[in-house]
Design a binder for this molecule. Structure first.
Ligand code: CA
Length: 226
């Protein structure tokens, strides 16, 4: 999972970087607000670990501005401040959790796992949306504009998986693993068949294709032509 560390203290950065890499997180580092904002605009992060005291704009200021922009990444604020008032201020700025320095790395990982669970529970109830296509996961309903699209269980799972990864290229191997629960032989064209069915159903009456084939790499859902 892509994780962004926003921290100006080299010692803390290297401690976090090492631990997170060992725990299989893909780590990015920003030392100030501007570079953090740039990275967030360019990447889809699963986590942000945000230091409060940064040179220039503070961590809480960036946090607030991300939330105002509708960026929903789980954010944990790192700080040496530990009064109740500080904690309240941090959480009110839109942070999801708060950890006081110095902290143990295992505690941080546990908090990250807990947050991840909370977020994935939340996404179950969420409506996925791209262009005029909406997928209500709870009601198992797909719509393009006002038209309901009838999908088989497998088609629905495939569409849900693609929409959860909007903008990212998903390989056939990943699709078979997530949607069918196992990896099948690369010779089979089952996925192509399913993708074609989905395309036909989704594109009925619409001129904007949403599922794109990336030759040799897989498929991507995007709201514009590649
Ligand atoms: Ca700092």
């Amino acid at each position: 999972m892509k994780t962004l560390i926003v921290e100006d203290e080299t010692r803390v950065v290297s401690f976090l970087k090492k631990g997170l890499k060992n725990a299989n997180y893909e780590v990015f580092v920003a030392e100030d607000a501007d570079s953090a904002e740039k990275l967030v605009a360019e990447n889809e992060f699963g986590f942000i670990l945000l230091d409060w005291m940064l040179p220039g704009r503070s961590g809480l200021e960036i946090c607030q501005s991300w939330r105002q922009q509708g960026i929903e990444v789980p954010i944990i604020v790192l700080t040496a401040r530990d009064t109740t008032k500080d904690i309240v201020t941090a959480l009110d700025s839109g942070a999801d959790d708060y950890i006081v320095k110095p902290f143990s790395f295992s505690e941080l990982l546990a908090r990250m796992r807990a947050l991840q669970r909370r977020f994935s529970d939340k996404s179950i109830h969420k409506e996925l949306k791209i262009e005029d296509l909406t997928l209500n996961v709870q009601r198992r309903e797909a719509k393009r504009g006002d038209t309901i699209i009838y999908l088989s269980t497998r088609e629905f799972s495939l569409l849900e998986y693609l929409m959860q990864n909007t903008g990212n290229v998903i390989s056939k191997a990943k699709i078979s693993e997530h949607v069918w629960g196992f990896t099948f032989e690369t010779r089979t064209n089952l996925i192509e068949v399913y993708i074609n069915h989905l395309r036909k159903k989704l594109d009925c009456g619409s001129k904007t294709p949403l599922i794109h084939t990336i030759k040799g790499a897989g498929y991507v859902m995007k709201n514009f032509n590649l």
